[in-house]
Design a protein around this ligand. Structure first.
Ligand SMILES: Cc1cc2nc3c(=O)[nH]c(=O)nc-3n(C[C@H](O)[C@H](O)[C@H](O)COP(=O)(O)O)c2cc1C
Length: 362
């Protein structure tokens, strides 16, 4: 029987050759000074174009939203030109690629930002229990500076500008990164948002930044080219959501009428987000499971068979199996990735994992 992951997908605003998405993965290989993607990046994504949908690594919308060494941007003309090489290569290979729009808020450090700038966040709440990787090694987090209301509005504008640049660079659409404890989730969560202006306090106010970003991006490039990624009840990066069910139900109810390309839900924590939110979302839903080990193909198949999502995204399996859908089709074995070459460096562990199954089905 054909795996449900291999069936073509015809959604309301999205047509994909199969239901396997490549999840966004930071690989830290851009030029650290210019934020321009590495020339190898075009080959890396083109090798993975057999995915129904590729979501790019997180790309900063503003240099103050950069998470670490070698993370690319989509602000300058040189960055747009660099990404154009990538999207052209993916399209020649028959793939579809969305750009992930990213601002990390407090999840950065003066050693990463230009001129030793202090990270910005909804509120001045420091990460206490984890350290952060910089060019000087792992260091303690600093206390971020609470954004002024004008800076919050500026960040919304930065997402919209990045979306416009993504389309100029040839991306088929954009995915707003609202997950994993970065800026958007820092506004959603009670422990990181202590604001007293219209972006904090009540649930309605905590949702405002996410909704304003989605609306600004949709106004810029059209809602049918916009996805949003969320991780309800995410326990990582010192996020503590007091009421994930209430928060994400309200968010999804507000988003559903907008006609977005998709919602991408990472299953985290104790809250069963896919099952709870699926009936409230009329558009395409992409599932993902973030656990300690790479999620196996069978987990995605089960989620699709249960009707909990339309498409399922895999991250770590795509690092070492560039031809993942073809391997599933042919039953070829899956390779494990080398953790030492995930971030930074050059071709090794990036574009040198072999395509095994592709020749067998060509
Ligand atoms: C090396 C690496 C980098 C990642 N970078 C991002 C990122 O830039 N944006 C994002 O939304 N998620 C990121 N993630 C999370 C993945 O998209 C995905 O949710 C996670 O790996 C779980 O899926 P998997 O079990 O199939 O790997 C990253 C994960 C890994 C392993």
């Amino acid at each position: 029987m054909t795996s449900p992951l291999l069936l073509p997908y015809e959604g309301p605003r999205l047509s994909l050759r199969n239901r396997i998405a490549m999840a966004p993965m930071t690989r830290g290989r851009a030029d650290d000074v210019t934020g321009v993607p590495n020339p190898l990046t075009a080959r890396y994504y083109a090798q993975r174009a057999g995915a129904g949908l590729i979501v790019s690594e997180g790309i900063w919308a503003d240099v103050l939203g950069k998470s670490g060494p070698g993370v690319p941007g989509l602000v300058t003309e040189a960055q747009v030109a660099g990404w154009r090489q990538v999207t052209d290569a993916v399209h020649v290979a028959g793939g579809t690629i969305f750009a992930q729009l990213w601002h990390v808020g407090r999840m950065t450090h003066p050693f990463i930002l230009p001129d030793g700038a202090t990270p910005l966040a909804p509120s001045a709440v420091r990460i206490e229990s984890e350290r952060i990787y910089t060019n000087a090694g792992n260091v303690d987090h600093v206390t971020p500076r609470a954004m002024t209301t004008a800076e919050v509005e500026g960040a919304i504008g930065a997402f919209a500008r990045e979306a416009r640049n993504a389309i100029r660079a040839g991306f088929d659409g954009v995915e707003i990164h609202g997950a994993n404890g970065y800026l958007i989730q820092q506004f959603l969560a009670e422990n990181t948002n202590l604001r007293t202006d219209r972006f904090g306090g009540s649930r309605e106010n905590r949702l405002r930044f996410a909704l304003d970003v989605v609306e600004a991006v949709a106004a810029e490039v059209g809602p049918g080219r916009v996805g949003l990624r969320i991780s309800p009840d995410n326990p990582e990066n010192e996020i503590a959501e007091r009421d994930p069910r209430g928060t994400y139900r309200a968010l999804v109810d507000a988003l559903d009428p907008l006609g977005l390309a998709y919602l991408h839900i990472i299953e985290r924590g104790a809250y069963q987000a896919l099952a709870d939110l699926r009936p409230r979302w009329s558009g395409t839903l992409i599932g993902n499971y973030n656990g300690p080990e790479a999620t196996p193909l069978g987990a995605g198949e089960e989620v699709l068979a249960a009707g909990l999502a339309d498409v399922f995204s895999f991250g770590r399996l795509f690092i070492s199996n560039p031809d993942l859908p073809a391997r599933l089709a042919t039953g070829a074995p899956l390779a494990a990735h080398d953790p030492a070459t995930v971030y930074g460096g050059g071709a090794e562990g990036y574009v040198d994992y072999p395509d095994e199954a592709v020749p067998a089905i060509r």
